[in-house]
Design a protein around this ligand. Structure first.
Ligand code: GLC
Length: 591
């Protein structure tokens, strides 16, 4: 396996900047069959914010059931639901108090069954959030561990540091480890007279995977949902599963002087430990067992934000496979609203050049933890980034609302509910809050954007831009809209060349990035985008060999002066600021 450090990759790519396209490997041999998780767009639903059916201001399963046709018409192939399990909702469902029950705010197990059956009947696969690193402190397991009940004693990470009469509890904390949500990762328990580890909120104690009972229990969770015929999982906070034995201190990272902030430390002892890769392989074996039994592909995608040398081994090896894919977060961690063509090119290659041979790429453009694409990468570039992420080789993951170009919403301190933001306090909350990207989905122009009934206060405020055309109904009626662009992109993903074609990328100018997808016997597809703020006219045939004299526009950003159906000469393609075009060569001479 070829794995380079980020610095090495950056140097190599900086050297490679030229008008010559850079080819990366073919995604899949032509004759291999592709599974649903490879060809589909996977659409993330944050259930609290999708559709409220009972007028309590919070989205629910019935709301999702009623809107499944929307997803089918959008053309996505799978739905990943953020957690809907029983939860005190300290972390909005990522703190689970019962893995085998649905929280009443979302509905009942009957509702879930109906959701799953209807999704399947519409050809949509169902993926659940598998929250593995911690539970709610209200779960029976933690309560038993707190009481040191037989068998549960070591289910969580309990410890004390050295005896210290002057320390508040008579002991030092076991280590200097920090919570991702600020402050010490250790919380004192009066009942046990020990500290417990919590990587996130104090109400989310970390499970101890060094206890066999925990390993068995979490496998039972997996089996329970597989028995319920779900098709796959998004595995949450994988990096935090294990920590080094003996709780060695972590060293300062040098990134910040804020000693309470999580990035004050380098997380060598607490993240992506070798045992974690092993556990993923064991879970993969369970998925494969179910796949062998019913003949339907199962998939696991992992939440891991890190450098390639940490992330890529989660694919496992041919002998011992790991996840179908760890999420590719490089469009999130490597890009911002100022990114130019070489930045985008670098982010693409960071994945493609480091992915071990024989695996399948993926492109995550956003999620419930990250600012929305328009806000993060630029309002004018919304369609362009959808084009790039949906037409690169591999699986595309769309966070609900990106297809209509939703933007972050300002949420006041008074309305703030994200525990990370609450922990940060009124002065700092805006630097970490995730509420702005979690606001209700915008369906139409009626009150509350059609998310909930008129007169009901939604759990987070609705973005006012639903009245300026950012909503499903208005966009479906408009001649040009984000959703119409998105649907064209989903259609294009059905083409053989999009699923199996080779990828060549090119930096055409400082601001213009382009790539082609080519496959023998199939029309070549060119995606070209102007990331800058000035109009540019480029000659694509100077970069890509064998393009025909005319290219047909399959999809264009809504602000483009050239729209779908038009033909352009590859020698002179004009792109307004932020505009992307998907061009198709009807002749196959480029192959
Ligand atoms: C995961 C979730 C995030 C949550 C965190 C802690 O990273 O994506 O939303 O806050 O886990 O529970």
């Amino acid at each position: 396996m070829r794995v380079l450090g980020i610095t090495a990759v950056l140097c190599l790519l900086a050297a490679a900047v030229s008008a010559d396209p850079v080819r990366v490997r073919q995604p899949k041999a032509d004759d291999e069959e592709l599974a649903w998780w490879q060809t589909s767009v996977i659409y993330q639903i944050y259930p609290r914010s999708f559709k409220d059916s009972n007028g309590d201001g919070v989205g629910d399963l019935r709301g999702i059931i009623n809107q499944l046709e929307y997803l089918q018409q959008l053309g996505v192939g799978a739905v990943w639901l953020s957690p809907i399990y029983q939860s005190p909702m300290v972390d909005l469902g990522y703190d689970i108090s019962n893995y085998f029950e649905i929280d009443p705010v979302f509905g009942t197990m009957d509702d879930f069954n109906e959701f799953r059956d209807k999704a399947h009947s519409l050809g949509l696969q169902v993926m659940m959030d598998y929250v593995v690193s911690y539970t709610s402190d209200q779960i029976e397991w933690f309560q038993k561990s707190l009481r040191r009940e037989d068998g549960y004693d070591e289910w969580y990470v309990w410890a004390v540091g050295e005896r210290n009469e002057s320390a508040p509890h008579g002991y030092n904390v076991p280590s200097n480890w920090l919570s991702l949500f600020r402050g010490s990762a250790w919380e004192w328990s009066e009942e046990r007279q020990q500290f417990y580890l919590h990587s996130f909120t104090v109400n989310q104690p970390d499970l101890n995977y060094r206890d066999d009972g925990v390993v068995l229990q979490m496998k039972d969770v997996l089996r329970f949902w597989l028995d319920k015929k779900v098709d796959g999982f998004r595995v949450d906070a994988v990096s935090q599963m294990y920590e080094a034995e003996g709780f060695p201190d972590e060293l300062p990272s040098g990134l910040t002087n804020d000693t309470e902030a999580n990035n004050y430390l380098q997380h060598v002892q607490t993240q992506n430990r070798p045992e974690t890769y092993e556990m993923i392989k064991q879970w993969r074996a369970i998925l494969d067992e179910y796949q062998a039994a019913d003949g339907k592909a199962k998939a696991m995608m992992l939440e891991v934000y890190d450098d390639p040398e940490i992330v890529m081994p989660y694919y496992g090896t041919p002998e011992e496979p790991g996840a179908q894919f760890p999420f590719n977060f490089y469009f999130i961690s490597q890009l911002n609203a100022q990114s130019n063509a070489s930045d985008v090119n670098r982010a693409v290659h960071l994945w493609m050049d480091n992915m071990p041979e024989g695996n399948w790429p993926n492109w995550v453009l956003g999620n419930h933890d990250q600012p929305r694409v328009g806000t993060r990468l630029g309002v004018a570039r919304k369609d362009l980034f959808n084009m790039i992420s949906l037409l690169l080789p591999g699986t595309a993951i769309t966070f609900m609302g990106e297809e209509i170009g939703m933007e972050n919403t300002h949420v006041s301190w008074e309305d703030t509910v994200d525990p990370w933001a609450l922990n940060a306090g009124p002065d700092l909350y805006e630097s970490v809050t995730r509420d702005p990207e979690r606001t209700p989905f915008q369906w139409n122009t009626s009150a509350n954007a059609g998310f909930t009934d008129e007169g009901v206060k939604p759990w987070l405020p609705v973005n006012e831009n639903y009245l300026q055309g950012i909503n499903v109904e208005s966009e479906l009626e408009a001649d040009l809209s984000h959703i119409k662009v998105y649907r064209k992109l989903v259609d294009a993903r059905g083409w053989r060349v999009a699923q199996r074609g080779a990828l060549d990328t090119a930096i055409i100018s400082e601001w213009v990035f382009a790539f082609t997808r080519t496959l023998d016997g199939e029309p070549t597809v060119v995606v070209v985008g102007n990331l800058g703020t000035d109009v540019e006219t480029v000659d694509l045939s100077a970069t890509f060999d064998g393009l025909p004299d005319q290219l047909t526009v399959h999809a264009a950003s809504i602000s483009s002066s050239t729209q779908s159906g038009a033909t352009v000469s590859p020698q002179s393609v004009t792109l307004e600021a932020g505009v992307g075009l998907v061009l198709v060569a009807n002749s196959t001479s480029a192959a």
